[in-house]
Write a protein that binds this ligand. Structure first.
Ligand SMILES: Nc1ncnc2c1ncn2[C@@H]1O[C@H](COP(=O)(O)OP(=O)(O)OP(=O)(O)O)[C@@H](O)[C@H]1O
Length: 748
């Protein structure tokens, strides 16, 4: 076959695949339209319709998402025949249902990623198919069976042309999937068993984030049953980062995933405030769990010295001795505070009942008690009607919300912590919640528990509303009943109206069961949700308190943690995997390392590594997969805004993105000189020029990067900033220059 025949052949095949996708999409769309057009059908049918619409909409979403590059590879087998590999699997629309496109996650597709000339895994040839929209634009073939003489004219002798093209393309501000070029070391991690804790460590640009996202897609494919129900959680360091990675999973046809920062994991709270570095470090420490437990105990107070309760025209004196006994008995039950309150109420009511009984029932002659059990019950019931009794109980053992506990604690933490730490976290109760507050709120929720009676009362009220609603719905369907039964069509006359099969109560129950939100949506609204799998990116940044929160969300400890200790920025970050995991899984976790940097060219990586080596001489950076021949530059200036504006002009790529990374307090001055720049807490990363502080740059990448005033960053922040570029790096400074930068480059 000639060179162009090969392309034509693939084009025809791919046209066939798209025809199949279009037909499927048409079927799915009309299925949804028909279902929605059914109008006021009986209840059961309506529930089924909702499920069908949800399922079909998911399928439709997947079909639309993969449209860009449905098929990207082909493997030719030594034994004859071939398989095309794509983002989703497709079968023929006939009785045989023959596979025509293999999902990249299927076992059959694996040799596409792993086969080498050395270990061909039954392959003769591997082909990468590049498409633009629906048109085939290039083919790259690798011969894996060296004895095979057949040539296609599309041979790629080094086998890395497609990878290098992907690494060199202009960035868009949104991460792309790497499904066409997953490397063998990455594939192994993506397909690792989902049980247990897997730690993936690797330097900048080694594909940790990409691998984590593809792993989520793989797990959803391989364990669809389990994970569609329990959902996968992906935790990232900040909202800008989550925006950056948000399109990867949908492009792989997967949407059943919750992406969140730790600051978003307490439903009902949005962390908008900022903490100082010291405050975040103190709030993140593991001993905060004990501190909060102490704070809860301090709400369980004693009278000072008595509480006088007027009852039945007498005064009952509740003193600290009596309350102390009730408190100790309640605490001995070992229950969360709000749950234990019911026991405390019981003890106090008993204490007061004894007092009253003693006063009115004592036999003046022998000191015995003249009351019988029904009198005692009556006294207790009367006391339970007395608002003063409840006011005393509320004072001594108040019901608390996590928000109340934490905000009161932060308003006055003195006495719970060393003075310096208390001063660092102290703040008025009116302030916004911060990210570091969220694990404290979660801890507080655990310590407080849910008052079962309150929860039951709330559930009862909700149920009553639902039953009333159901009754209304059933009345409507009852009205339509005659019509249904009079219908001439025999099949329709078989249809039972909702009334025949279900009463209002049961319908309400069924409504509760049939919650049509996706698992990810339900998980987002539920603090106690147990996820099927949790993936944590930049895991080295999380504090011990944040780990406590995440471990609660993963009772099965099915987790993938990715990170790089050399990039740890947060003072609260734990730093060592052993320290993070020891309390939860002891040493039952596995560890793997990625060693190739796909992002940063060797010229830039050498400079960044020198910065870390100045502090840690044994530091081993990942090796860059490519070099560009373009050396980074470092320049001194007296006029920073002017020099930045000039450098931005010089570095802005014709296509692609530029990041200016500068300390936050310079942003206003710099932004004033940069037209159309985007900045702020949630910058729009799709704009050509983005202004970021070093923390915001974490996990992101750009074609060009300009680092401003490097002398003002800590080593790990500087390492992060210097390793964000795929092509060019410039450094500008007025002040001190870290020696490694001065030595590494000589500016013009
Ligand atoms: N196999 C691959 N094929 C194509 N591109 C890849 C591959 N592996 C990684 N990349 C690209 O390399 C870049 C870096 O990947 P990624 O952001 O996942 O690295 P990282 O290890 O998370 O980096 P950092 O720790 O610096 O945030 C991304 O653009 C990613 O798409």
């Amino acid at each position: 076959m000639s060179n162009s025949d090969e392309i034509r052949g693939e084009q025809e095949f791919i046209d066939g695949l798209y025809a199949r996708v279009d037909a499927l999409r048409g079927d799915t769309e009309s299925g949804v339209t028909d279902a929605l057009g059914q109008g006021n059908t009986p209840m059961q049918a309506r529930l089924e319709r909702d499920i069908l619409v949800a399922e079909r909409s998911g399928l439709l979403g997947a079909l639309n998402a993969v449209d860009g590059s449905l098929c990207f590879g082909r493997i030719d087998l030594t034994a004859g025949g071939n398989h095309h590999i794509g983002r989703i699997g497709l079968r023929t629309d006939d009785a045989e249902r023959t596979p025509i496109l293999i999902d990249w996650r299927a076992a059959v597709a694996r040799p596409f990623y792993l086969a080498t000339g050395h270990t061909p895994m039954g392959l003769r040839r591997r082909r990468h198919i590049t498409t633009s929209e629906r048109a085939v634009t290039a083919l790259h073939d690798e011969i894996l069976d060296l004895g095979d003489q057949e040539r296609t004219g599309h041979e790629d002798p080094t086998g890395d042309a497609v990878l290098l093209a992907a690494l060199n393309t202009a960035r868009t501000g949104r991460m792309n999937d790497i499904v066409q070029t997953i490397q063998a070391e990455q594939d192994e991690i993506i397909r690792a068993p989902h049980r247990g804790v897997l730690v993936v460590e690797g330097g900048p640009g080694t594909g940790k984030t990409a691998v984590a996202l593809h792993r989520a897609a793989y797990l959803l494919y391989e364990h669809r049953e389990l994970l569609a129900k329990r959902a996968v959680l992906i935790v990232g360091p900040n909202p800008a980062f989550l925006g950056y990675i948000a399109e990867v999973l949908p492009s792989l046809g997967e949407t059943g995933v919750l992406l969140a920062t730790v600051g978003e994991l307490f439903p009902g709270v949005r962390a908008k405030g900022a903490d100082s570095r010291e405050a975040a470090a103190v709030k993140g420490r593991a001993d905060m769990a004990d501190v909060l437990a102490d704070a809860v105990r301090d709400w369980q107070s004693l009278p000072d010295p008595v509480i006088a309760i007027e009852h039945d025209r007498e005064i009952l004196m509740l003193d600290d001795g009596l309350v102390s006994v009730a408190r100790e008995r309640t605490r001995a039950a070992g229950l969360p505070h709000n749950v234990a309150r019911e026991y405390f109420e019981g003890h106090i009511l008993n204490t007061l009942t004894d007092m009253v009984a003693e006063r009115i029932g004592t036999d003046p002659f022998d000191g015995g008690n003249l009351l019988d059990p029904s009198d005692i019950t009556q006294i207790r019931d009367d006391l339970a009607e007395n608002p003063e009794v409840w006011a005393a109980i509320d004072q001594l053992w108040p019901r608390l919300t996590p928000q109340r506990l934490v905000s009161d604690f932060l308003a006055d933490p003195v006495g719970y912590l060393p003075d310096e730490d208390a001063a660092a976290i102290r703040r008025p109760t009116t302030r916004d919640w911060t990210v570091a507050d969220v694990p404290l709120l979660d801890e507080a929720a655990e310590l407080l528990g849910v008052d079962e009676r309150l929860a039951r009362a709330r559930a009862d009220r909700a149920r009553e509303t639902q039953v009333a609603y159901a009754q209304g719905v059933l009345d409507v369907s009852y009205a339509s009943r005659t019509y249904e039964f009079e219908d001439k069509d025999a099949e329709d006359s078989e249809v039972l109206s909702a009334h025949d099969i279900i009463d209002a109560e049961r319908f309400a129950e069924r409504q509760e069961e049939d919650d049509h939100r996706s698992a990810a949506e339900r998980a987002a609204a539920d603090r106690t949700w147990a996820f099927g799998h949790i993936i944590v990116d930049e895991a080295q940044e999380l504090s011990p308190m944040a780990w406590r929160l995440l471990m609660r969300r993963s009772p099965t400890r099915s987790m993938t943690l990715v990170g790089d200790p050399a990039q740890t920025a947060e003072a609260a970050g734990v730093g060592s995997w052993h320290k993070i995991l020891e309390p939860y899984v002891a040493d039952r976790w596995s560890h793997t390392r990625l060693g190739v940097n796909y992002r940063t060219p060797a010229e830039i990586m050498d400079l960044a590594a020198a910065v870390v080596r100045a502090e840690h001489p044994d530091f081993e950076p990942p090796s860059s997969v490519r070099s560009t021949g373009v050396r980074p530059w470092v320049r001194a200036t007296d006029d920073l805004p002017g020099a930045v504006a000039k450098a931005v002009e010089e570095l802005t790529p014709a296509e692609g993105r530029l990041a200016v990374i500068a300390p936050r307090n310079l942003h206003r001055r710099l932004a004033a000189r940069l037209d159309g720049v985007t900045a702020g807490t949630e910058p729009d990363l799709t704009r050509t020029v983005v202004l970021l502080d070093p923390r915001q740059a974490k996990g992101l990448e750009f074609d060009s990067v300009l680092v401003v005033e490097p002398g003002r960053y800590g080593t790990s922040d500087l390492y992060v900033a210097l390793t964000r570029a795929t092509q060019r790096l410039g450094v500008l400074h007025t002040g001190r220059l870290p020696k490694a930068l001065a030595d590494g480059v000589s500016g013009p």
